[in-house]
Ligand binder design. Structure first.
Ligand SMILES: NC(=O)c1ccc[n+]([C@@H]2O[C@H](COP(=O)([O-])OP(=O)(O)OC[C@H]3O[C@@H](n4cnc5c(N)ncnc54)[C@H](O)[C@@H]3O)[C@@H](O)[C@H]2O)c1
Ligand SMILES: N[C@H](C(=O)O)[C@H](O)COP(=O)(O)O
Length: 332
């Protein structure tokens, strides 16, 4: 039996607390593994109330206490909290979010938690309280003592899996960042992680081109021919099931998706638009290549709908379930 999952609260002014609360309410129906939240008991209760849920919360002082109370109450570790203010992010709330993320990650690293499921944060708001990374993926890389490139973002849903090669980068910077080294190292991490965490020992990786029509033999850009093609040849020579470069526009059609297990895309929106279009309510952001399991719902803080009973808990439920499955595979 794996240790309970640590869930970080996310920005308390966003939708994370309400979708966490609803995930706990639906724990049996959705067969979710035991989890606990770090901090924010009052916020969670208030968020649940906005959805008509009278949430029982059990205060715990160690992760090991979570499983025994999980059946009857949502376990919350630690007394850190803030005044509920849905839709109105505050410095106090950002500090709570950062504490929750930091502690949940530490518990996963120590093995007291089976993995970490992160609630969404607004990076710009957390920057004001000392969050220096571009995103939570890079925060986790730092916490694990790894270079940022070693923590690989994958978005996974029922319809497809995608990995952005470059992530939170300005579009103008992307062509210069698409290198053979980066493609080869990320593809290797993806192949290893899909085997270890997803039970896919020979994952088929489709690599996109950067330019329209994957460059059309150099007539519409040269990166596809000069950088991506040699990287693919090198990976194939190592025995990886890699194909491409595929023109990205047609790669996400239903018939094309049958031909691969994961698409390695050149930039953020090339990877995230298809999955958020097809699987928004069940999309999971999972970090590959870490010594710990980390997942997150694919959506953000959605401040505009927080506390209005409109947010779907589907992606949070999928993130908790996927973290449990990955942790169980690692423990087997
Ligand atoms: N994992 C994360 O921490 C994460 C992920 C994405 C975005 N963000 C952050 O969130 C903030 C807002 O980003 P954004 O507006 O681009 O994305 P968003 O996902 O917060 O919102 C996009 C749209 O989807 C809707 N939406 C989001 N989640 C929903 C849900 N569960 N149910 C129903 N509707 C939902 C929103 O109302 C909005 O219309 C930004 O600061 C961004 O950095 C964080
Ligand atoms: N790029 C992600 C998305 O749009 O869903 C997101 O910003 C989350 O990234 P982190 O998990 O690194 O915070």
């Amino acid at each position: 039996m794996t240790a309970p999952l640590a869930v970080s609260l996310g920005d308390p002014a966003g939708i994370a607390p309400e979708v966490i609360a609803e995930s706990w309410v639906r724990r049996r129906e959705m067969a979710l593994p035991p989890f606990f939240v770090v901090g924010g008991a009052a916020v969670l209760r208030a968020a649940a109330a906005t959805r008509g849920i009278d949430l029982p919360v059990a205060s715990i002082s160690a992760a090991s206490e979570a499983a025994s109370v999980f059946g009857s109450a949502l376990p919350v570790l630690g007394g850190e909290d803030c005044a509920p203010a849905f839709g109105e992010p505050t410095i106090e709330g950002a500090a709570l979010a950062l504490h929750s993320l930091t502690k949940a990650t530490a518990l996963a690293l120590s093995g007291e938690a089976g993995g970490v499921v992160t609630g969404p944060i607004a990076k710009s708001k957390l920057a004001a309280v000392g969050f220096t990374q571009p995103g939570q993926t890079e925060f986790l890389a730092d916490a694990c003592g790894l270079p940022h490139e070693a923590a690989v973002m994958m978005l996974a849903g029922p319809s497809l899996r995608t990995v952005p090669l470059t992530v939170h980068e300005a579009l103008a910077a992307v062509p210069g960042l698409v290198t053979r080294d980066l493609i080869e190292s990320k593809a290797r991490i993806v192949a290893r992680a899909l085997a270890r965490d997803f039970g896919l020992p020979s994952a088929r990786i489709a690599i996109t081109g950067l330019n329209p029509h994957a460059g059309e033999d150099g007539r519409m850009g040269t990166e596809d021919r000069d950088v991506i093609v040699p990287a693919i040849a090198a990976l194939q020579a190592e025995g990886l099931a890699v194909t491409g470069p595929h023109p990205a526009d047609a790669l996400f059609a239903a018939h094309a998706r049958e031909g691969y297990d994961v698409a390695l895309c050149m930039y953020h929106d090339q990877a995230l638009i298809p999955i958020k279009t097809l699987d928004f309510d069940q999309g999971v952001n999972v970090t590959l290549g870490l010594p710990i399991v980390r997942t997150s719902p694919d959506h953000g803080t959605a401040f505009a709908i927080a506390g209005k009973g409109m947010a779907s808990a589907g992606a949070m439920i999928a993130a908790i379930r996927m973290a449990g499955e990955c942790a169980a595979r690692r423990a087997a």
